[in-house]
Design a protein around this ligand. Sequence first.
Ligand code: AHR
Length: 315
Amino acid sequence: MTTALTAVLLTALTACGSGGGNAADDGKITMGFAQVGAESGWRTANTKSVQESAKSAGIELKFSDAQQKQENQIKAIRSYIQQKVDVIAFSPVVETGWDTVLLEAKRAKIPVILTDRAIDSDDTSLYETFLGSDFIDEGKKAAQWLVENSSGPTNVVELQGTTGAAPAIDRKEGFEDVIRSKPDIRIVASQTGDFTRSGGKQVMEAFLKSQPDIDVVYAHNDDMGLGAIEAIKAAGKKPGVDIKIITVDAVKDGMTALAGGEINFIVECNPLLGPQLMDLAKKVVDGEEVPERVVTEETTFTQDQAKTALPDRKY
Ligand code: AHR
């Protein structure tokens, strides 16, 4: 073997041996985190949790905001691969279309952690673990409350999250699963408000014009519910009374509206995933076994429960 060829092979082997990252070189873990955006109060709390937890765990964080665009997240992941980070974590904007870029990460031997949202792929070897809520269960809890707190024909309008996003797909599915056995409860209109307050307001304004008889709003997050409240008030109706409102998240603004009687029920979705994410990252980089799925524990809030919980609410 020529000296030059030996040198090339040695360089390649060294690159493989270091796991593609630099933890082995300097003992410090670098994480590339590709965030969805800043679309909601939930997302802001989630970003803060990730940034603060990285700092206290001594993990160097490279952070990017995809502004709710999948192509931006893919670009960010590719740049983390090029920078040879030790671990990549991301919260996928939508469920599908990740196999190619995640295969690139796998080939570069950079482990990937899904956080908050899952992907739809047959190849589970593309990521180490998925940390986040059970969105189907959240949809079920929302519907269960409605089943227990409604009587007679009930017309529901649904404000869906971002089209193609796991929480939008699953919260719809869970809700529909439960109301299927209650023919009196009908979803009369359903449209995406993109998880934003302005989106929720706009869609609700349109619903109020096209639907003569709305009893309930089911919003896939607090922000869209808060937007719907503005539209309902502008239409001369009383949110929480003339039209009941159910949302998901339980961020401070949502809880304040719940305690004030303008929302009727909130299903919690916990954004404080940072500490668990950093623990998982350390384990994955150290080559330790981690569970395939880590489900976040969550509760629900009635108006009275919101009044009690609000003073200590961290986000
Ligand atoms: O993926 C979690 C969801 O995304 C939250 O419920 C919503 O507020 C956010 O935008």
